[in-house]
Design a protein around this ligand. Structure first.
Ligand code: ZN
Length: 294
């Protein structure tokens, strides 16, 4: 995908040139324009023509071939219908004209989103933390196509963004699950599971409480990943979520972590044997000195 700069005129209504001081993420749209020819290039042309005297604006319009930049990353665009959304996020419009392959266009938008989030310093896209639907800000039915599962649903879009980030710096958050997690539990390990389900767009809740809602979400995740959809988190579901399954794992104490290797004897002849002659001598002297002091 080529990214083409076709900036709207600076100082126009659509591009006031106001600096975005606090950019926290990306907001996704569908253009709402299903007319033939309403691709990325023509959207950018529009913001250089009549569209420059109006709002809304957007940073990028993406179709199956290119991403056209109308407003540069460091400037505010009015694309969310809310002050907060405009002041803190980049707007990416996915084209939905019939002459553009919407699957490829949406894939391109996922790739561009990953690039932008990586540039902001993130290693993972998290819905409602750094990746938003227009709907999250104003309640508008946008991105209208993704919200209808065209060409795929939102959680797939978020996964695709993360897939691109994986290629560069994305690391799944490491966590360990030590026992089966299921409905009815209030368990700290459930937080690991729900955090990642949230990051993948399956739920909005990061919680320790495994209730019926979380069970439903787990089943949905399992179904989409070819696992037995029983709503119980065991080894396979843990691993599919990027975690480690280890029933024998003992969490290290949080306060005063041990400074020695656990298999290292603390005292005794074995330690002395490993010391050089020089160190042995010194150890014995110090030992003696301590005894004298005591
Ligand atoms: Zn929108």
């Amino acid at each position: 995908m080529n990214i083409v700069d076709m900036l709207a005129p600076l100082g126009s209504t659509v591009r006031k040139g106001k600096e975005m001081i606090n950019c926290v993420g990306v907001t996704i749209h569908n253009t709402g324009n299903s007319s033939p020819g309403a691709g990325a290039l023509n959207h950018a042309k529009y913001l250089r023509g009549d569209g420059q005297y109006r709002v809304p604006g957007w940073h990028y319009a993406v179709d199956d071939e290119i991403a056209a930049c109308s407003i540069p990353d460091g400037e505010i665009a009015e694309h969310t219908g809310t002050r907060q959304g405009n002041d803190t996020t980049l707007g990416i419009e996915i084209c939905m004209n019939p002459d553009s392959d919407i699957r490829k266009a949406t894939d391109n938008a996922a790739e561009l989103t990953a690039m932008k989030l990586s540039a902001m310093g993130y290693n993972m896209a998290v819905w409602k933390e750094n990746l938003f639907q227009h709907n999250d800000w104003s309640g508008k039915d946008c991105p209208s196509q993704i919200r209808r599962g065209i060409p795929y649903d939102w959680s797939t879009f978020v996964s695709k963004v993360n897939g691109h980030m994986k290629g560069s710096t994305w690391q799944p958050p490491t966590f360990v699950i030590t026992h089966l997690l299921k409905k009815g539990m209030d368990d700290a390990e459930v937080i690991h599971i729900t955090r990642n389900l949230k990051a993948l767009g399956y739920t909005e809740r990061k919680t320790s409480i495994f209730d019926a809602d979380i069970e439903r979400v787990v089943m949905e995740f399992q179904k989409e990943h070819g696992l037995t959809a029983d709503g119980i988190v065991g080894r396979q579901t843990t691993e599919a979520l990027g975690g480690k399954w280890d029933p024998n794992y003992v969490a290290p104490p949080e306060i005063n972590p041990p400074t020695e290797e656990p298999d290292e004897p603390k005292k005794g002849p074995l330690v002395i044997d490993r010391l050089t002659e020089e160190e042995k001598k010194r150890a014995l002297i110090e030992d003696g000195a301590q005894r004298e002091n005591n």
